[in-house]
Design a protein around this ligand. Structure first.
Ligand code: NAD
Ligand SMILES: N/C(=C/C=C\C=O)C(=O)O
Length: 487
C-alpha cells in the first residue's frame, strides 16, 4: 500500500502480488463527502493478467482435496476474525454504515462465509442408480468449472464478496473478483491475509475498477466460463448480453421491492421494531429491506402511529457514534436519487409522516457534506406509484392499508421483483398459507433476516436467476457429469 497526500492507494492483487495501476478512481468517505482513497481504474490489460494467473493456478488448486481446501478457508476465517476491528473500521468508513453494524454483521458474516463453506464442501454427496437387467450402473461426479468471475455490490462489500469467493475456491475454482469501485478497501485488505492463510498465488485475484471498463472486460473474457453477479437489474441485463456469445454460466442476485404484510393478529410489540429495522438497517441499502408495508385496516392507524414513533427513534449519526442506528448513504448521487423518490411521492399527493423534509437532521460541522438522510415513512400512496413499484434502495418505506388476505397477496405480488417478504400474524395456518402464495424467493414470518446458509438464497422474477447456499453455490461453481458403467 502506498500513501499519497494521506490518501489510501489501493493496488490490484494478481498472481499473489500487489500491482499498481496506471490510473485511479477517487473513493469517498460517505460520512464527510471527502476523497480519502484511490481505487485502481483497471481495464482489459489487468483482466488478461488476472486470467493468466488464475489459469496457471487452477490445475494445482482444483486437484487439492476438499479437506486441503477446507483448511485454507478456515485459516482465512481465523485471520479475518483476528483483524475484525480493523476490517469493521475500514468497512464503516468506506461504505458509510455504522461501525456497530460493521462489527456485528458485515465482518462476522464474512468470517462465517469462509467457515461455512469450509465445512459444507466436506459433506456433498453424489447420485447413483442401477440397471441390473442391463448390467449397468450410473453415477454423477462434479468438478470445478475453472476461472470464476465474481462481481459484487457496494452495500455489504466484504460480506457479499466473501459469499462468492468462499464457495468458488472451496469447490476448486480459481477466481477473479471485482468489488464495487465505491467500496474496495476491505477486499484489498483481505488480499493481505491470503498468503498467510496458505492461498497459493493466482487462486484469488482481485481487480478493482468500474463496471463498464474492467467489469465488462471480465464478463466478456472467453476464458472465464462463469460469472456470479450481485447488483442491479440493469447491470445484469448488460452482463447477460455480453456473456451470451460465450454461453457462460450465470448467477444473478438482483434487487427487490420487499413487502411486509401485517395482519390484525400480529404482535405489534415485536412487529414494529423488527419492521423499523428491516426498513432502515444499513440505511435501507440491503436488497432484503422492507420498502412496502401492508397493514390490515383494523390496526392501520395504530400501526402507523407507533411505527412513526419508533422510526423517529432510529437515530441517524456519524458512523462511529455507538448510539447511531444508521449512517450515511453510499454516495451523493445515490442520496439524490433516494431523495427524488420522496419528492415524487409528495408531488403525487402522498403524505410524508417523518424524515426527509419533515424532521431536522443535526450533524457535526465536518459531516455536513456527508450523504445523510433521515428514515422516511410515506403513507396515502397508490400501488401504481413509482415509490411502490421501483427499488429505492434507501431509508424510505411506504405504509398502506389492506382489507383481506386475498387482496394483500395480489397487491404484494404486483411488482416485477420477487426477492424477500415478511408476514406478521399469530395464526400459524395463515403464515404458512400466505408465505406459499407470495412471489418471493425468501419469506420470513414473524421475524426478519434470520439467515440459514444451508438453504437456497435468491429471488424470482426480476430479482435474479439462480440461488446461493451450501448446495446451490456448490452446484453453480461445479459442472456435473453422469457416468454409466456396464459391468
Ligand atoms: N440479491 C442480492 O443478494 C443483492 C445484494 C446486494 C445488492 N443487490 C442489488 O444491487 C443493487 C445495488 O448495488 P450496486 O449499485 O453496486 O449495483 P450495480 O449493478 O451498479 O453494481 C454492482 C457491481 O456490478 C459492477 N458493474 C456495474 N456495471 C457493470 C457492467 N456493465 N459490467 C460488469 N459489471 C458492472 C459494479 O462495478 C459493481 O461491482 C441494488 O439493486 C440491490 O438490490 C442485490
Ligand atoms: N446474499 C445475501 C444477501 C444479503 C443482503 C443483500 O443486500 C445473504 O445474506 O447471504
Amino acid at each position: 500500500m502506498a500513501a499519497t497526500k494521506e490518501l489510501l492507494m489501493l493496488e490490484n492483487f494478481i498472481g499473489g502480488k500487489f500491482l499498481p495501476c496506471n490510473s485511479y478512481i477517487d473513493s469517498y468517505d460517505p460520512s464527510t463527502g471527502e476523497v480519502y482513497c484511490k481505487v485502481p481504474n483497471s481495464g482489459k490489460e489487468e483482466i488478461e493478467a488476472a486470467v493468466e494467473a488464475a489459469r496457471e493456478a487452477f490445475p494445482a488448486w482444483s486437484s487439492q482435496s476438499p479437506q486441503g481446501r477446507s483448511q485454507v478457508l478456515n485459516r482465512i476465517a481465523d485471520l479475518l476474525e483476528q483483524s475484525l476491528e480493523e476490517f469493521a473500521q475500514a468497512e464503516s468508513k468506506d461504505q458509510g454504515k455504522t461501525l456497530t453494524l460493521a462489527r456485528t454483521m458485515d465482518i462476522p458474516r464474512s468470517v462465517q462465509n469462509f467457515r461455512f463453506f469450509a465445512s459444507s464442501i466436506l459433506h456433498h454427496t453424489a447420485e447413483c442408480t442401477q440397471m441390473d437387467h442391463l448390467g449397468c450402473m450410473h453415477y454423477t461426479v462434479r468438478s470445478p468449472v475453472g476461472v470464476a468471475g465474481l462481481i459484487s455490490p457496494w452495500n455489504l462489500p466484504l460480506y457479499l464478496l466473501t459469499w462468492k469467493i468462499a464457495p468458488a475456491i472451496a469447490s476448486g475454482n480459481t477466481v477473479i473478483a471485482k468489488p464495487s469501485e465505491l467500496t474496495s478497501v476491505t477486499a484489498w485488505m483481505m488480499c493481505k491475509l491470503l498468503d498467510r492463510a496458505g492461498v497459493p498465488p493466482g487462486v484469488v485475484n482481485i481487480v478493482f475498477g468500474t463496471g463498464p471498463r474492467v467489469g465488462e472486460a471480465l464478463v466478456s473474457h472467453p476464458e472465464v466460463p462463469l460469472i456470479s453477479f450481485t447488483g442491479s437489474q440493469p447491470t445484469a441485463e448488460r452482463i447477460t448480453m455480453l456473456s451470451a456469445p460465450h454461453c457462460k454460466k450465470l448467477s444473478l442476485e438482483l434487487g427487490g421491492k420487499n413487502p411486509a404484510i401485517v395482519f390484525e393478529d400480529a404482535v405489534l410489540e415485536e412487529c414494529i421494531p423488527a419492521t423499523v429495522r428491516s426498513s432502515f438497517a444499513n440505511q435501507g441499502e440491503i436488497c432484503l429491506c422492507t420498502s412496502r408495508i401492508f397493514v390490515q385496516n383494523s390496526i392501520y392507524h395504530e400501526f402507523v402511529k407507533r411505527f412513526v414513533e419508533a422510526t423517529r427513534k432510529w437515530k441517524v449519526g456519524i458512523p462511529s457514534d455507538p448510539s447511531a442506528s444508521m449512517g450515511a448513504l453510499i454516495s451523493k448521487t445515490h442520496l439524490e436519487k433516494v431523495r427524488s423518490y420522496v419528492k415524487k411521492a409528495r408531488a403525487e399527493g402522498a403524505q410524508v409522516l417523518c424524515g426527509e423534509g419533515v424532521d431536522q437532521l443535526s450533524l457535526p460541522p465536518r459531516n455536513q457534506a456527508g450523504y445523510f438522510m433521515l428514515p422516511t415513512v410515506i403513507t396515502d400512496i397508490k400501488d401504481d406509484s413509482c415509490c411502490m413499484k421501483e427499488e429505492i434502495f434507501g431509508p424510505v418505506t411506504c405504509v398502506v392499508p389492506f382489507d383481506n388476505e386475498e387482496e394483500v397477496i395480489q397487491r404484494a405480488n404486483s411488482v416485477k421483483y420477487g426477492l424477500a417478504a415478511t408476514v406478521w400474524s399469530s395464526n400459524v395456518g395463515r403464515v404458512h398459507r400466505v408465505a406459499k402464495k407470495l412471489q418471493s424467493g425468501l419469506v420470513w414470518t414473524n421475524c426478519w433476516l434470520i439467515r440459514e446458509l444451508n438453504l437456497p438464497f435468491g429471488g424470482m422474477k426480476s430479482s435474479g436467476i439462480g440461488r446461493e447456499g451450501a448446495k446451490d453455490s456448490y452446484d453453480f461453481f461445479t459442472e456435473i457429469k453422469t457416468i454409466t458403467v456396464k459391468h
